[in-house]
Design a protein around this ligand. Structure first.
Ligand code: NAD
Ligand code: UGA
Length: 465
């Protein structure tokens, strides 16, 4: 008897279109928590599907391997047959990418909805029975209206109900976030059929999420809340980074300021770590999208306010490069610099919009020789810097990266980097040896005592020079 025979009847056939950072983990969690459902994930990219079906999953996420491998072939399936997937399912999540548009009207700001619209048309073409369509991707407010216009254009009697169910997981903690979400948000039309579809989706999550954490709203509020949540999170980082720059001028310590400010229960302590800047595929794109929508509605001051969150982030990355340049006697040409970390945050191999890409490119412009080390992101780092002219090496071992270097720049807060033997590293480096801690993760006083010239973010510099 094979595994499927043990579950004779699936109560829902769930499909997810888009096997990416969101589609893969989210559906794996549903399959894990709900053995009574059959969950299929499809993608236009056959390589990605082959990886999901292999021992080496296409994304690194702590805890993901275990739940995928346990459910795969039982009630979790990865496939390229999108048409069949659509036909067999009653609930379809759409989790395709919605990047910033690079061409035409709204280039550099608006969301590029071409992948989104293609899935809508494909659903329309292939569906032979009624479906609930769930917007999982992050979308401009009022996208559901466009989706409905496409889907409702059919004359074949098939009925669709569109729901908004944005995803709030963060990379590196996706499994934990999915297992114990702060909230699950479901937006629907307030019609009889809309409310019925909404309760069907609520039942799916209620298999493991407590009822009080499932929040239901109208569909536009749900779509907009996702953009706003990301804008607020990014705003906190830009706020603390702006204050870090002021700390550097006034000998205040940004960690102490963040602690004092964050202890106010109205402000809260999370997401106040000053850094080299935020990265990731979403913050910048979602804020720019929000800015674009505000401008579209003529709200220019509102647009400007949110745009400044991105501007401070750009400033922060350049400020880090300028700190390195001026500390190292205004020339980096021919100097070996070790970049510790390339991922946009720890516990992921993802490098999309990583501040490391900007910083590496700028250091190469200054003719520095780069040696990049990262526990999970070297493959992506190579792809990101392909075509950039200059000397760049990629090495697994941070000790090898540091040996012979003039400086280390810590760009990702990997735990491994806190635990290195910095005495050994110091001995192997050119002198004077510099360390630029773009994440404030190492013990600055200890490194100074070892002989390093230490440049944290938003704290007094510790230098022997
Ligand atoms: P991704 O690029 O990793 O995955 C998207 C997948 O969709 C790709 O594999 C692509 O091949 C596939 N695809 C595109 N068009 C398709 C089509 N017509 N048919 C079938 N497959 C198609 O993107 P992601 O990071 O998973 O993000 C997806 C959405 O979720 C975005 O809107 C993003 O803003 C949002 N989001 C992402 C995160 C995150 O942490 N990455 C978190 C919350 C929300
Ligand atoms: C973020 C949000 O946290 C998720 O809720 C959201 O679902 C997701 O975007 C999305 O829509 O894609 P993610 O980008 O994966 O998740 O990771 P975060 O933990 O938010 O970190 C984003 C960036 O901010 C990283 O570069 C991180 O290093 C940086 N950061 C974070 C700081 O510089 N300081 C902090 O205090 C926190």
């Amino acid at each position: 008897m094979n595994k499927t025979d043990m579950i004779p009847h699936f109560t829902h056939h769930i499909l997810c279109i888009g096997a990416g950072y969101v589609g893969g983990p989210t559906m794996a969690m549903i399959a894990h928590k709900c053995p009574q459902y059959r969950v299929t994930i499809v993608d236009i990219n056959p390589e990605r599907i082959a990886q999901w079906n292999s021992d080496r999953l296409p994304i690194y996420e702590p805890g993901l391997d275990e739940i995928v491998k346990a459910a795969r072939g039982r009630n979790l399936f990865f496939s390229t047959d999108i048409e069949k997937g659509i036909q067999e399912s009653d609930i379809i999540f759409v989790s395709v990418n919605t990047p910033t548009k690079t061409f035409g009207v709204g280039a550099g700001m608006a969301a590029d909805l071409q992948y989104w619209e293609k899935t809508a048309r494909q659903i329309l073409e292939s569906a032979t029975s009624d479906k609930i369509i769930v917007e999982k991707s992050t979308l401009p407010v009022r996208t559901a209206r466009a989706m409905e216009r496409i889907l409702f254009s059919t004359q074949n009697g098939v009925r669709f109900e569109v729901l908004s169910n944005p995803e709030f997981l963060a990379e590196g903690t996706a499994i934990q976030d999915l297992e114990q979400p702060d909230r699950v948000l479901i937006g629907s039309r307030q019609t009889e059929s809309g409310l019925k579809a909404r309760s069907t989706l609520e039942e799916v999550y209620a298999n493991w999420v407590p009822q009080e954490r499932i929040l239901t709203t109208d569909i536009w509020s749900s779509e907009l809340s996702k953009l706003v949540a990301n804008a607020f999170l990014a705003q906190r980082i830009s706020s603390i980074n702006a204050i870090a720059a002021l700390c550097e001028k006034t000998e205040a310590d940004v960690s102490q300021v963040a602690k004092a400010v964050g202890m106010d229960a109205r402000i809260g302590p999370k997401f106040l770590n000053a850094s080299v800047g935020f990265g990731g595929s979403c913050f910048k794109k979602d804020i720019l999208n929000l800015v674009y929508i505000c401008r579209y509605y003529g709200l220019n001051e509102v647009a400007k306010y949110w745009e400044s969150v991105v501007e401070i982030n750009e400033y922060q990355k350049e400020h880090f490069v300028m700190t390195m340049l001026s500390a190292m006697f205004n020339t980096l040409a021919g100097k070996r610099i070790a970049l510790f970390g390339f991922a946009f945050k720890a516990d992921t191999g993802d490098t999309r919009e990583s501040p490391a890409i900007y910083i590496a490119t700028r250091l190469i412009e200054e003719q520095a020789d780069l040696v990049i080390t990262d526990p999970k992101a070297l493959v992506n780092a190579k792809a990101d810097l392909k075509g950039v002219e200059g000397k760049v090496q990629f090495v697994e071992d941070p000790y090898e990266a540091a040996a012979g270097s003039h400086a280390i720049a810590i760009l990702t807060e990997w735990r491994q980097f806190r635990e290195l033997d910095y005495e050994r590293i110091y001995r192997s480096m050119e002198k004077p040896a510099f360390i630029f801690d773009g994440r404030n993760v190492v013990d600055h006083t200890k490194l100074y005592q070892l002989g390093f010239n230490v440049y944290p973010i938003g704290k007094p510099v510790l230098t022997h020079l």
